[in-house]
Design a protein around this ligand. Structure first.
Ligand code: UDX
Length: 430
């Protein structure tokens, strides 16, 4: 099958290379010549485990090509996947302009019976809008517009796409459903067909639910801090209830990354647009944003202010196994320290270069975590990278200044491991 994926960000490159690995002939299309030039040489402009190798293998097999030409990439395609960004507009709703631009640009070259699948995260009603735009620029009316939401996680995007928990197809026409089912059958036994609106709601709801779960456990962690309970023991106990489970609710500095903060706000804005002014998502988003200032207040008290102090940050990415720092805790907590007169040293196993260009010369990104541990008055371990969590407490304390604060934002160690050692341990909900 000839497939074109529009947009060469995370979702686009992963989807294109996975479709190619199934034996299809795939084009990755983007308006950025710079990105396409790199991708043509097999260079993926971001880190994702296994993706470089897969892209290079598919290029060598001639199953995957990249282009900036709509005509070239669309005229033979049976399935066109739109995977461009949908940043939040100022009112919090999804800004659909890249989706609509893609629809307008592809329309003149669309062959008959082609399927345009919207993979970008978009609110209900978007497929109709895409159809209207295509209608204005396409010489015929024999095409399909469907929803094909994406559920992959960064850091395991290739694995998630090769072995998804489910594939959701939001379509009503049998032809489109059959083609998309055939395309995804090698990837999953669970292919769910529903209306485009249900598919779009499924995508937003999945992310909003997970974000709610994280926000809930962070709230419970706050209460544990107030009364001496230990959040990890609480999670263990409630998790035994099979309806609840122990997975996916580790407390921390709040959810970050390119999806949850944006998707929760977009769902909140969508709810407002249909007259649900006072909705849960508004509260979740606000609580998540309040999380870092509250933790900063706790550290400020512990350190007696940040003026003249050196703060070390271990973990600059938004989570392990990625160099993505979008909405990372580091990007939100560091400005507080700098603003209040501290010097900041940072380290990350993978995101050093990305962080250096983001923070410029406001912080010093060290190549070696030992320099951060040795020179800081307060070391904040923000991300659960293996490189940090495998260090034992004695090893950490040996490197740190006497009396310094160790802020363990992911509860990677136990508070009791540091009893009697010459540092002050601060965890979350313990
Ligand atoms: C998420 C969804 O998991 C994925 O299904 C969707 O397609 C895109 O958004 P991603 O943003 O890659 O994926 O990261 P994820 O691993 O889900 O983590 C999101 C945020 O929640 C991170 O900031 C992470 O640190 C935080 N988190 C996650 C917690 O604070 N506690 C947890 O238990 C899990």
């Amino acid at each position: 099958m000839d497939i074109t994926v529009i947009g060469t960000g995370f979702v686009g490159v992963v989807s294109a290379s996975v479709y190619a690995s199934l034996g299809h002939s795939v084009y990755g299309l983007d308006v950025s010549e710079e990105k396409i030039k790199k991708l043509e040489q097999g260079k993926v402009p971001f880190f994702e485990p296994g993706l470089d190798a897969l892209v290079q293998k598919m290029i060598a097999a001639k199953s995957l090509q990249f282009t900036t030409s709509y005509k070239h990439a669309i005229q033979h395609a049976s399935v066109i996947v739109i995977a461009v960004g949908t940043p939040s507009a100022p009112d919090g709703q999804a800004d659909l302009s890249y989706v609509m631009q893609s629809a307008e640009s592809l329309a003149p070259f669309l062959k008959e019976n082609a399927i345009v699948a919207v993979k970008s995260t978009v609110p209900p009603g978007t497929c109709q809008k895409v159809r209207q735009v295509i209608q204005q620029h396409c010489p015929h009316s024999q095409y399909f517009v469907v929803s094909l939401p994406e559920f992959l996680r960064e850091g395991s995007a290739v694995e998630d796409t090769l072995h998804p928990d489910r594939v959701v197809i939001g379509a009503t026409e049998d032809f489109a459903i059959d083609v998309l089912k055939k395309l995804h059958t090698p990837l999953s036994d669970t292919i769910l067909v529903m209306t485009p609106e249900s598919a779009q709601m499924a995508k937003y709801s999945a992310n909003a639910y997970l974000a709610t779960r994280i926000t809930f456990i962070n709230q419970i962690a706050n209460l544990c801090e107030a009364n001496g309970a230990n959040i990890l023991e609480v999670i263990q106990a409630i998790g035994q209830d099979r309806r609840i489970g122990t997975h996916y609710w580790y407390p921390g500095l709040g959810y970050g990354g390119s999806c949850f903060p944006k998707d929760v706000k977009e769902l909140a804005a969508y709810a407002r647009s249909v007259s649900m002014e006072d909705n849960l998502m508004v509260t979740i988003s606000r609580l998540n944003e309040e999380r870092i200032p509250k933790i900063v207040a706790r550290l400020r008290k512990q350190l007696g202010g940040f003026e003249g102090k050196t703060i070390g940050i271990l973990g600059l990415s938004f989570k392990p196994n990625t160099d993505d720092i979008r909405e990372a805790p580091s990007t939100k907590i560091i400005p507080f320290f700098l603003h209040e007169g501290a010097k900041v040293l940072g380290h990350d196993p993978l995101a050093k270069e990305v962080a250096r260009s983001y923070f410029r010369d406001t912080i010093l990104v060290e190549d070696d975590k030992a320099s951060v541990l040795a020179n800081a008055d307060c070391v904040c371990v923000l991300v659960e990278w293996d490189e940090y969590s495998t260090m034992n407490p004695q090893e950490i304390v040996k490197l740190m200044k006497k009396g310094a604060v160790l802020f363990d934002a992911r509860d990677q160690w136990k508070k009791t491991d540091f009893t009697g050692l010459p540092i002050q341990y601060v965890g979350i909900g313990v």
